[in-house]
Design a binder for this molecule. Structure first.
Ligand SMILES: *Cc1c(COP(=O)(O)O)cnc(C)c1O
Length: 317
């Protein structure tokens, strides 16, 4: 059993219980599909991949002596909410620059949660206006700025660690070695960390990242660069033989994006209904689109198993 904490000494604030469960996903696929369910990570308060990233982000904030994090997202941001809730528990204030996005019930409920979260909220009608306001926000709060989705290299370390956790589960025969791990890509940190971690763990598993966000640059080059910067953090912390992730290691199709970030697709919504019917907690913005990709590729006979779907999020709006 090897986890990142066994390899490097980097600050981390534990917020959840690992390993998260893996099981076969019975949604009538031809391919052997498994799920690693991250929804419960975070011990009840708010689950999913943002909590994993926050363990490392809050550790780094404490190491830097930063008592305020400035971060950004849409008005339904899962990341901003997780940052506000868990940061507040650990002496870190969250200032959020929020950009309007299409409003549905989930987003409306998220905004209400944000308003109750203790975060300082600044709302803008567009990302251009937010960018123009950034110097003011930096001067007023003197924060550590963490990019959208927590996809700072330090946040991506979380999914390097999760890849090592997957390797442990493969070694323990809880899971067959996946040919591919499918994950939605909203800001790239999860996909970048996984790609680096899978190489580090010596697995042959490929990352198939389903791009769900058209507001950020999310191509193989940019995500590989983020993985490289996460690798640099590990190297600086004393880890030798950190593998290199290249653009060729990342498959990031955009065909399931539909109308753009935050806009559900009919296929994604249909998959959410199917998954909900078997008791999974999923939403249409991220997981619905990843599941629609798995469905289409499975129907087309283009998936070779075993496939591991990383269910990145828990509570529903
Ligand atoms: C934020 C989020 C993602 C995207 O992860 P990134 O690391 O930002 O690409 C995926 N799924 C869910 C449920 C999320 O909230």
């Amino acid at each position: 059993m090897t986890r990142l904490a066994d390899l490097v000494d980097l600050p981390r604030v534990p917020l959840g219980t690992a390993p998260t469960p893996v099981r076969r996903l019975d949604l009538e696929y031809r391919t052997d599909v498994w799920v690693k369910d991250e929804s419960a990570y975070g011990d009840g308060k708010w689950g999913g991949n943002k909590v994993r990233k926050l363990e490392w982000i809050l550790g780094e904030a404490q190491r830097r002596g930063s008592s305020t994090i400035l971060t950004v997202g849409g008005i339904g941001t899962h990341w901003g909410l997780a940052c506000a809730l868990y940061g507040g528990d650990h002496g870190v204030r969250t200032v959020l620059g929020l950009v309007d996005q299409p409003v549905d019930d989930h987003v409306r409920e998220q905004l209400r949660r944000l308003e109750r979260s203790g975060a300082v909220l600044h709302r803008y009608s567009s990302s251009v206006r937010l960018r123009l306001a950034a110097p003011y926000l930096m001067a007023r709060y003197r924060p550590w700025y963490v990019p959208a989705g927590g996809s700072h290299p330090v946040g991506a370390l979380a999914y390097v660690d999760v890849a090592l956790e997957i390797a442990d589960q493969v070694a323990a025969r809880a899971l067959p070695e996946p040919a591919v791990v499918v994950v939605p890509v909203g800001s790239g940190g999860t996909a970048a960390g996984l790609a680096l971690g899978l190489r580090l763990a010596g697995l042959r598993t490929q990352v198939l990242g389903i791009v769900v966000n058209d507001l950020l640059r999310l191509d193989p080059e940019s995500v590989a660069r983020l993985a490289g910067r996460a690798g640099a953090v590990l190297r600086k912390a004393g880890l030798h033989d950190v593998p290199t992730v290249t653009a060729a290691d990342l498959d990031l199709p955009r065909v399931w994006l539909g109308g753009g970030y935050g806009v559900p697709t009919p296929a994604g919504t249909a998959e959410v209904a199917r998954a909900t019917a078997i008791g999974l907690s999923v939403e249409p913005v991220y997981s619905g689109k990843a599941l629609a990709a798995i469905r289409d590729l499975d129907d087309a006979g283009e998936l070779s198993g075993p496939v591991l779907w990383l269910s990145t999020h828990g509570p529903r709006g």
